[in-house]
Design a protein around this ligand. Structure first.
Ligand code: HEM
Length: 407
């Protein structure tokens, strides 16, 4: 770590100079053509660093090792998830994403309302819907011999699934896709805020209809949810609708992009999985480890010392999950995708906030790999073209032109 004296002047006094990392986190992770390799260079430095521009120009701590990141996930006493989240700050309403922005012990009282709808058994029952959605999208480009995997598939796929889960009409898909594009990827803050408001408004209307006539189990779980022995407030229910919207879109689309880029550049693995589809679940686990797209964060609850480093109340602590899942102290050859390794990854977090949608997400990833490999041979990046990606709170591919041979 090396910092100029000008940087050190701006750094809080309690931060040791040797932990100051004077760099833009986003610019650093975007170096080269593989952000997972770029960010892994942080493994060469200390386990805890102070980044002068950790996210969106804000300084903060970054944990760079599997053990430290895992510990922060489960140590709610010191690391709180109760921050003013992205939608709340843009909407100007006191919306807490429910349950991700609620700490224990209250967290459990909220999460228990949603758990039954996302058990492995419940997700089994969603399998046909997920596969039909996958096939519906594939049908639109199947005969063309090529597609932009991102625009034609990875972006709409989780949106369609969200609409189906919520029992919202498919004709809202175009609006939702536009809102999502603006919310997640527009460089203009006003556009992002307008999208956040449109989504909130639509979810609010939907919630109102569902309160009168719940149409399925998920909507019923939200609209009749209880916290201990009282019903949820309007804004608590809106926090649930909103978290389900934001939780399952960017994450799924981003992960799918990296998986497909990997398959498109590794014909042997493609063929192995085509010949042995029963190995696809193990491959999905390894893809999840190798392509852990989320950088989540916590706030220091009160002044304390974490592994010898003094942290102050209110400071942001960034948890780049890919740094945990590619930690060389835990995984041999961490940058190699090895579907035989049975990794104990934390791609979906760990502790009480472990992803509610973990089984659904894995099912989605599995079905997409199955259906693409079944239908298309020799999937590859279109000759003469290359892929583009972004970094930030998630690492995602923006453009992935594919071609293939007919099966
Ligand atoms: C590949 C896809 C996905 C990835 C990589 C992913 C990743 C994560 C991670 C890392 C967390 C923990 C965040 C933290 O503790 O700060 C989380 C939580 C969560 N995820 Fe996912 N997720 C995915 C798909 C989904 C889907 C499909 C849904 C919707 C059904 C979903 C809903 C949620 C919710 C509601 C939480 C908060 C749980 C709680 O606070 O108790 N996720 N996810």
């Amino acid at each position: 770590m090396s910092a100029t004296s000008a940087t050190l002047e701006k750094t809080p006094d309690h931060v040791p100079a040797e932990l100051v990392w004077d760099n833009s986190f986003d610019a650093f992770t975007a170096e080269g053509d593989d952000p997972f390799l770029a960010i892994s260079r942080l493994h060469e430095g200390p386990g805890i660093i102070w980044a002068t521009d950790a996210s969106y120009g804000r300084p903060g701590w970054v944990l760079t090792r599997y053990d430290l990141i895992s510990e922060a996930f489960v140590d709610h006493e010191h690391f709180s998830g109760e921050r003013e989240g992205m939608p709340a700050s843009m909407l100007g309403v006191n919306l807490r994403l429910n349950p991700i922005e609620i700490d224990p012990p209250a967290h459990h009282g909220h999460r228990r309302n949603l758990n039954p709808v996302f058990t492995p058994k419940a997700v089994n029952a969603m399998g046909d819907m997920v596969r039909e959605t996958c096939l519906e999208l594939i049908a639109k480009f199947e005969d063309k011999g090529e597609c932009d995997f991102i625009e034609d598939f990875a972006v709409p796929f989780p949106t369609y699934i969200f609409l189906d889960l919520m029992d919202m009409p498919r004709d809202k898909a175009d609006d939702f896709l536009q809102w999502e594009e603006d919310l997640m990827r527009s460089p203009e803050p006003a556009r992002r805020a307008a999208a956040a408001r449109s989504i909130f408004q639509y979810l609010e209307e939907h919630k109102k209809r569902e309160m009168e006539h719940p149409t399925n189990e998920l909507n019923r779980a939200i609209t009749t949810a209880q916290f201990h022995d009282r019903p949820l407030t309007h804004i608590e229910m809106m926090g649930m609708y909103y978290v389900l919207y934001v939780g399952g879109l960017d994450t799924v689309y981003s992960t799918l992009g990296w998986i497909m880029r990997h398959l498109a550049t590794h014909p042997d693995l493609q063929q192995r999985l085509r010949d042995n589809p029963d190995e696809i679940p193990a491959a999905v686990e390894e893809f999840a480890r190798a392509f852990s797209v989320v950088i989540t964060h916590r706030q220091v609850r009160e002044d304390f010392t974490f592994h010898g480093v003094e942290m102050k109340a209110g400071e942001e602590v960034n948890l780049p999950i890919s740094l945990a899942d590619r930690d060389p102290a835990v995984f041999d050859n961490p940058h190699e995708v090895d579907i035989d390794r049975k990794p104990r990854h934390i791609n979906f977090g760990t502790g009480v906030h472990t992803c509610l949608g973990i089984h659904l997400a894995k099912r989605e990833l599995r079905i997409v790999v199955e259906e693409f490999l079944k239908r298309f041979r020799n999937i590859r990046i279109k000759p003469g073209e290359t892929y583009r990606y972004h970094t930030g709170r998630t690492f995602g591919i923006d453009y992935l032109p594919l071609v293939w041979d007919e099966a």
